[in-house]
Design a protein around this ligand. Structure first.
Ligand SMILES: Cc1cc2nc3c(=O)[nH]c(=O)nc-3n(C[C@H](O)[C@H](O)[C@H](O)COP(=O)(O)OP(=O)(O)OC[C@H]3O[C@@H](n4cnc5c(N)ncnc54)[C@H](O)[C@@H]3O)c2cc1C
Length: 484
């Protein structure tokens, strides 16, 4: 019988655990937190190409077409064999989860007119929590030893040498050390004699120092955190100490522009009719790009101070308030999440998050954007009257002049969800060194791995952060079982 050790009980970790246990392995999962599931619990949808549900819905999601799309998005910087494997097996993953009891019932486009639809959602929502609970229940039935509040610290070689401390006679990775609430301060709990070890610790979006080190031009101070668990890069550090190649092609999956603290205001400023003005009072993009949250993030990240004001008038706020429920709301939803919009605006004005004024001149003065704001709004209103945004070509259906008082300016910045990348692996999820040689016994999956989102997260492959983590976990488990 194979003995498998998994570090991290989130999307990739639990998917690997169930796959390995279904094949008869003895599996131990070390999960640092009280509850497993990681950021997988927050995901709203799962990418898949070629699932049974897609076929039933007559959605032609051809893995080969999506593979090309993914590679072209990265300008073929990504690891083609790895991306091909993750897309190629993604449909099976959703089928496997469906058979396990996840009620997938909708496949949505995530951006306007996106085809083919790949974003699988379960109802009743939320999808991520449902997937993680089903995987956890299945793992328990299969006898997986799920050790919560057990935070892995380091990897071990046979003979129980600590990886990184000295060269081992036998270079296989075969265990890990960990701390638990009841481990004495100067001691580590030892998990030893495993056939293979998987790292699946969910990136390092909560570790500013590592982000600065690994991501060129990144100042983590510019990013606030979106809800989710801020992972600190333990897996990355452990893999590096074992000799893993750790290329600096990390993508930040973030979001921008966003209002820090109130979802209603973020939804408001991400409506395509807003004007986003930078510190000089200038527009810097077609605001309708916000349906791809990475486009918005990238455009804002280029601006001085990495902030903007989203400027709008009373009519824009009214339209947001009265809008129908969004794409991802349940089909029978009546609430569009904006019921408290006016109260939220009132509450945020004293905190300087929202500026409200009876005239544009006053708005220009109170935001400090001065003549820049006045000139840009005048030019924009002229573009709306002409029905053509000659600056950035925004769709004319989103061109609404800013004329009805009161006027609003909402201060907006960047958020981070997670990082993607860090540990180089091959298409079998084996961790490799700088020469591309597998490090014996060591595997990685989930967003800890590099070679998928090389520099930029592709929203076009909607739901792939979660989807590739689940599929990568399955592939890793199969490889670990083959390894001897
Ligand atoms: C708010 C939010 C919404 C999202 N929505 C979507 C979406 O709709 N679609 C999508 O595709 N993706 C979405 N994502 C991203 C997606 O959830 C993650 O990319 C995915 O969960 C990554 O899987 P993973 O296994 O790599 O990490 P995780 O699922 O985060 O699991 C990592 C696990 O490792 C554990 N861990 C960390 N360090 C240690 C250690 N030293 N020892 C033991 N355990 C450790 C953590 O506690 C955690 O349980 C969203 C993320 C957030 C935060």
């Amino acid at each position: 019988m194979k003995h498998i050790l998994i570090i991290g009980g989130g999307a990739a970790g639990l998917s690997a655990a169930v796959t390995a246990a279904e094949a008869g392995a003895a599996v131990t999962v070390l999960e640092g937190r009280k509850y497993p599931g990681g950021n997988g619990r927050y995901a709203e949808g799962v990418f898949a190409a070629g699932s049974r549900l897609q076929r039933r819905l007559n959605i032609d999601a051809d893995p080969e077409v999506l593979f090309r799309q993914a590679m072209e998005f990265s300008h073929w910087r990504s690891n083609a064999r790895l991306v091909r494997a993750l897309i190629g097996r993604s449909g099976e993953t959703v089928d496997w989860l469906t058979d396990m009891g996840v009620p997938f019932s909708r496949v949505l486009h995530h951006m306007p007119n996106q085809t083919p639809e790949v974003f699988h959602m379960a109802y009743p929502a939320p999808t991520g929590l449902r997937v993680m609970k089903v995987l956890q229940a299945r793992a328990e039935v299969l006898g997986v030893s799920l050790e919560t509040e057990t935070k892995a610290r380091g990897l071990m070689y046979p003979g129980h040498g600590i990886v990184g401390a000295r060269a081992a006679a036998d270079p296989r990775v075969s265990g890990a050390t960990a701390v638990t609430p009841d481990t004495p301060a100067d001691e580590l709990r030892v998990y030893k004699n495993y056939d293979a070890v998987l790292i699946a610790t969910g990136g390092f979006g909560g570790n500013p120092e590592l982000m600065r080190q690994m991501i060129p031009d990144c100042d983590p101070e510019d990013y606030a955190r979106l809800k989710g668990i801020p992972m600190n890069g333990d897996g990355f550090r452990m893999a590096r100490s074992a000799g893993a190649h750790t290329p600096r092609d990390i993508a930040i999956e973030g979001c921008g522009p966003v209002y820090h603290g109130r979802g209603e205001l973020t939804a408001l400023i991400r409506r395509p009719e807003c004007l986003w003005l930078n510190a000089h009072g200038q527009r810097f993009c077609d605001e309708s790009i916000c349906s791809d949250f990475i486009y918005g993030q990238n455009a804002l990240a280029r601006q001085p101070g990495r902030y903007c004001y989203a400027v709008m008038d009373a009519a824009s706020v009214r339209r947001a308030f009265e809008a129908p429920p969004g794409l991802m709301a349940p089909l029978d939803a009546e609430d569009n999440g904006m019921a408290k919009l006016y109260d939220v605006i009132e509450a945020e004005i004293p905190k300087d998050g929202v500026v409200r004024a009876d005239t544009l001149e006053e708005l220009a003065k109170d935001t400090g954007l001065g003549d820049g704001l006045l000139a840009e709004v005048a030019a924009y209103n002229a573009a709306c009257a002409a029905g053509h945004d000659s600056l950035f070509g925004k769709d004319r259906r989103s061109l609404h002049p800013i004329t009805e008082p009161p006027f609003y300016a909402v201060y907006a910045g960047l958020d981070i969800i997670t990082t993607h990348g860090g540990i180089a692996v091959d298409e079998h999820m084996r961790v490799v060194d700088e020469g591309g040689r597998p490090i014996p016994g060591l595997y990685a999956a989930g967003i800890d791995i590099s070679g998928v989102d090389s520099g930029d997260y592709s929203v076009g492959l909607s739901g792939h952060a979660f989807g590739f983590s689940l599929t990568g976990g399955r592939i890793a488990a199969e490889s670990m079982l083959e390894y001897s």
